[in-house]
Design a binder for this molecule. Sequence first.
Ligand code: SF4
Length: 293
Amino acid sequence: MTMVASRPAAVTVPSAASGPIAEAVASGELPGRVWIYSNYHCNLACSYCLTESSPRSERRQLTAEQMLAVAEQARSLGFTALGVTGGEPLLLPWLPETVLAMAHQLPVVLLTNGTLFAGDRIKRAAMLADPNIALQISLDSHLPDLNDMARGPDNFANVVSAVPRLVASGVRVRIATTTAGPLDSPLLDPLRDLVRSLGVCDEDHVIRPIVRRGRADERELGVLAAARDIPSELTIAADGAFWGSFGPTVRSGRLDTDLLLTRTILPLSVPANALLATMRGLPEGADASLGIR
Ligand code: SF4
């Protein structure tokens, strides 16, 4: 079964932004994407979760107004893309409308565990069928038991049911596979075949390692990553702005602050300039042991 819905190309109007951030993004010195942690609670409790998310987690939630302000100011400053992650963002009832509004500013990738599209909920998700929006859904193995061991009961069944229905609704779906093994392992080939059969092309199948932070650190899973190993994408959470999307992780219930740039998230120029200054101030080969703040 192969179902790849045709979709129009992204339609973002080029920003007329100028200034140090726009120049740094244009030159490749600064990554163009800004990440936003919308919330930290989740209906799952995966074994390697960076944020120790679960239904009982502290929510650490941004408002829709804050997320829209980040999107608008990111575009004005010269950033080129947005990412929304959590926790499970789609637990927030207003999230789809907010992401749609953000996509009028810049292309958005929305990370979700893909378990909240059962029954009629798929109709609400269909509003995300926009050329500037991609949903990135997690799927770790072609073997249901192996996938569900890390991500929880019935996760495999929920995801392989939801993805073709989303694709048929015109939603662009990316699949993210998180693995403890080599990224190019032939053991992943059956999963690659499964992802294709769900209607997702190879370019939209991301395979990445477990990063040893959060719950993965507690369980000694995955790879150790210093700041220079983590893309320096500006990342905004309720508690502050961080170096990279692996910055605002949670360990033993406490927010990690080793990659904290500033507690100020808006105006966005404050954390954006803090990130640029930190990058330019680091000596070659510096890493998180320097205590980036
Ligand atoms: S890894 Fe994602 S889906 Fe799993 S508990 Fe964490 S936030 Fe939820």
